[in-house]
Design a protein around this ligand. Structure first.
Ligand code: NAD
Length: 256
């Protein structure tokens, strides 16, 4: 049990096919008190999540759901207050909320750009800011931001320039938090997934997907469970001396 009784807030977890859900499931298997968060969170979604996790985990479970639009600072603040009211503390934030769009640069309008940055970058900023107030008080805590390969090599596979720029900003934000809060024992890290079997890949044609997979050294797409494994490492004390890091979880697609 790597996260026994740790209060873990996992944002972007509404779909059972998402990286966020897989992370919630794995964290629950490791004894965490899990709070699943999403703009799409409601009673029905929470029931589905609970029964799916119940199928995997033997023994008592702590799973709560909170709706939150990360692009709204007041929602992020309210989320933190709700978790504090429930559990009295927060030990870990995994931010996996995000949107992706595929558009050529010259077609991207100001409102396209605003939407992308509001959710992927400002959303990450507001969430981290709200949680860091708690972490600062208790002088501990771990943040895991789910960025993207697009942050490292530019858009092109699924998301395009505005998506890549938002995720690049997320990496810089993560490193800034690691520097600013490291002395307090607070850690912040990011993972950069690529080609993971989630709803984000639904728009790709079979032919396009085959072409992309051919170029991946491991010759397959990744699973959400594999992303969750990277998040578990970064959330737990296994990674106690790791901060400001970017972990590639991309089947070898991008090597430094
Ligand atoms: N699937 C991939 O191959 C891949 C690759 C690189 C990066 N990522 C990143 O992984 C993360 C998780 O994506 P996923 O693949 O699980 O897809 P997903 O679409 O299942 O998950 C994203 C979740 O974010 C939620 N969300 C969107 N806007 C929100 C808002 N304003 N407030 C709160 N929640 C909001 C969505 O409702 C959704 O449940 C994303 O940040 C994505 O950019 C995914």
């Amino acid at each position: 049990m790597l996260l026994k009784d740790k209060v873990c807030v996992i944002v972007g977890a509404a779909s059972l096919r998402s990286i966020g859900y897989a992370t919630a499931e794995l964290f629950a298997e490791h004894g965490a008190k899990v709070v699943v968060v999403d703009v799409m969170m409601n009673e029905q979604v929470l029931d589905e999540i609970k029964s799916s996790i119940n199928n995997k985990v033997i023994g008592p479970l702590s799973v709560h759901g909170v709706p939150c639009d990360v692009s709204k600072p007041e929602d992020c603040e309210a989320l933190v207050q709700q978790v504090l009211a429930l559990h009295g503390t927060i030990d870990c934030l995994v931010n996996s909320a995000g949107i992706v769009r595929s558009q050529p640069i010259l077609d991207i309008t100001e409102s396209d750009l605003d939407l992308m940055f509001d959710i992927n970058l400002k959303g990450a900023f507001f969430l981290c800011q709200s949680v860091l107030k708690v972490f600062k008080e208790k002088k501990s805590g771990s943040i895991v931001n789910v960025a993207s390969l697009a942050a490292q090599r530019g858009g092109g596979l699924v998301g395009s320039s505005h998506y890549a720029a938002s995720k690049g900003g997320m990496l810089s934000l993560t490193k800034s938090i690691a520097r600013e809060f490291g002395a307090l024992g607070i850690r912040a890290n990011a993972i950069c997934p690529a080609m993971i079997e989630t709803p984000m890949l639904d728009g790709l044609s079979e032919e396009r997907l085959r072409g992309i997979v051919d170029a991946i050294p491991l010759k397959r797409t990744g699973t959400t469970r594999e992303m969750a494994g990277a998040c578990l490492f970064l959330a737990s004390e296994l990674s106690g001396f790791v901060t400001g890091a970017t972990i590639d979880v991309n089947g070898g697609t991008h090597m430094h």
